[in-house]
Design a protein around this ligand. Structure first.
Ligand SMILES: Cc1cc2nc3c(=O)[nH]c(=O)nc-3n(C[C@H](O)[C@H](O)[C@H](O)COP(=O)(O)OP(=O)(O)OC[C@H]3O[C@@H](n4cnc5c(N)ncnc54)[C@H](O)[C@@H]3O)c2cc1C
Length: 457
């Protein structure tokens, strides 16, 4: 029987591994974790998920509604019940004092996300609002919530502190109950007892942020987290990204940020808890025509490694997409990693959606090229939301190759791009609107990269 820790208690998972953690926890009578959208959109079901990584424990805020039970084996799941103490803790106090808890339905989720902020070694004081960016308050008490959050970030400092010291400070401040000090040793023991191999045939599951939105439960899950597919490493002139690497780990990667501004670009992709859970492999194979990471890496001329039990092959990402959700992927193959050259290029990513943050793109686009004697070389342009597949803009890229940067060249490129796409009317906008966005985004690439260039739109 598979086990995990729910707050202070070691629990056995006696439900299908492909079902939702939220449903499991609530069925066990732990009702502080709330159900609302069941699509990862509102975080009323937020939990902290703690796991051993190397020689430390990492806690992330996660949407438990789209977290399959198979992903919590051997981990620590924390709900509001696991944070409650005799009196209100400082986070709960701050929310009450600022009038930030009105109907109260979203409050447990906010407390979890704010606790997640203090537990996350990668977040700084200025990131306090990022920690709650995915939490919805139906009463609209955002001004009060923001005040409470900023007050807490000013009052309690754990910046630069490593896990053990951080836990001690947070217990001292009353944010965490004392039992948290015992969790690491309990997790190590659980890791030993859970060493059973799960089965190998069925639906591959990475972060499940697509799969558990589409299905209430997964009938035959094969959890890719069991395979060694995580990490970002430089080898032989390439930056490799393991398929199970989370969007957030990609966003903050030192290797990638050394050459691209991915830290800012990927803030436009979902909210922090989804970025913790969602993987690049899932984004690539979900094959959404507006998948943000696909568009990003198409323009960086990425290659992917596909493997099965016996062998593997490397192909260009742009050759992977054949038709709507149809890919060059054989039965039993999985994506192992994606790689891009580690040589810096001029690069820009743009995304337009109904809201600036936490929304699916209407149209997104990215471009990369070298500039030699004012000539555009090795250019790759991509655009999403304009075709049945995430579109590598082959004709426009070929046209731009070896051209000198000028307003006329960009205008002509825009016209070629327009002839290369086949958008349709849908909830994200009319075909006409999407064509207009493509034009604007291509201009935006050049205006961003060459602020002094005069282009009359
Ligand atoms: C609230 C919310 C907001 C979102 N916002 C955005 C956004 O702003 N931009 C965006 O692009 N997407 C967004 N998404 C979509 C989603 O998060 C991404 O597509 C995500 O990257 C999918 O990754 P995953 O690991 O969760 O995939 P999963 O759901 O686990 O899997 C998706 C598909 O990929 C397959 N798969 C996964 N990994 C592999 C592999 N290594 N090899 C072979 N097959 C594999 C699975 O079998 C499945 O078919 C959002 C989703 C939610 C719920």
């Amino acid at each position: 029987m598979m086990k995990f820790i729910l707050n202070q208690e070691i629990m056995e998972i006696d439900a299908p591994l492909g079902s939702s953690t939220l449903d499991f926890i609530r069925n066990k009578g732990v009702k502080g974790v709330k159900e609302a959208c069941h699509e990862g959109e509102c975080l009323s079901c937020a939990v902290l998920l703690g796991e051993i990584r190397g020689n430390t424990i990492v806690y992330n805020t996660i949407a438990s509604c789209i977290l399959p039970l198979g992903e919590i084996i051997g981990k620590h799941v924390v709900t509001i019940e696991g944070l409650n103490q005799e009196a209100l803790n400082p986070i709960q106090h701050a929310l009450v004092d600022e009038g930030a808890s009105q109907c109260g339905f979203c409050t447990p989720g906010f407390v979890i996300s704010l606790t997640g902020f203090f537990l996350d070694e990668k977040l700084e004081k200025k990131d306090i609002l990022t920690a709650i960016e995915g939490n919805l308050c139906r009463c609209g008490a955002y001004a009060a919530i923001t005040r409470a959050a900023e007050m807490l970030a000013n009052k309690i400092s754990v910046e630069g502190k490593k896990f053990e010291e951080r836990i001690q400070i947070l217990i001292g401040a009353g944010i965490l109950p004392p039992y948290f000090v015992n969790i690491p040793s309990q997790l190590i023991k659980l890791e030993e007892s859970n060493k059973t191999k799960l089965h190998e045939e069925g639906t591959y599951v990475a972060g499940a942020t697509d799969l558990l939105v589409q299905h209430e439960s997964l009938s035959d899950p094969v959890f890719l987290s069991e395979k060694e597919l995580t990490g970002i490493w430089v080898d032989n002139g390439y930056i490799h990204i393991g398929a199970m690497t989370s969007m957030e780990d990609i966003r903050i990667s030192e290797e990638l940020n050394a050459i691209y501004n991915i830290k800012d670009h990927l803030t436009l992709v979902s909210a922090l808890p989804i970025r913790h859970q969602a993987t690049i492999g899932g984004n690539l194979v979900n094959a959404s025509p507006i998948g943000d990471l696909i568009i990003y890496f198409l323009a960086l001329d990425a290659e992917i490694s596909l493997i099965n039990d016996k062998d593997g092959r490397i192909i260009k990402l742009r050759d992977f997409y054949k038709d709507y959700k149809k890919m060059d992927m054989k039965e039993g193959e999985i994506i192992e990693w994606l790689r891009i050259s580690n040589k810096e290029k001029l690069f820009n990513f743009e995304k337009v959606s109904k809201r600036k943050h936490m929304d699916i793109a209407s149209v997104n686009s990215a471009i990369s090229f070298d500039l030699n004697n004012n000539k555009i070389q090795n250019v790759h342009l991509s655009a999403g939301g304009l075709a049945p597949v995430p579109k590598y803009m082959e004709n426009t890229s070929s046209f731009l190759e070896n051209k000198e940067i000028s307003a006329d060249v960009i205008k002509e490129a825009v016209s070629i791009a327009d002839s290369e796409v086949t958008p349709i009317d849908d909830v994200r906008g009319t075909a006409k609107y999407k064509r207009l966005l493509l034009r604007q985004l291509i201009y935006a690439h050049f205006i961003t990269l060459f602020p002094d260039l005069e282009v009359s739109l």
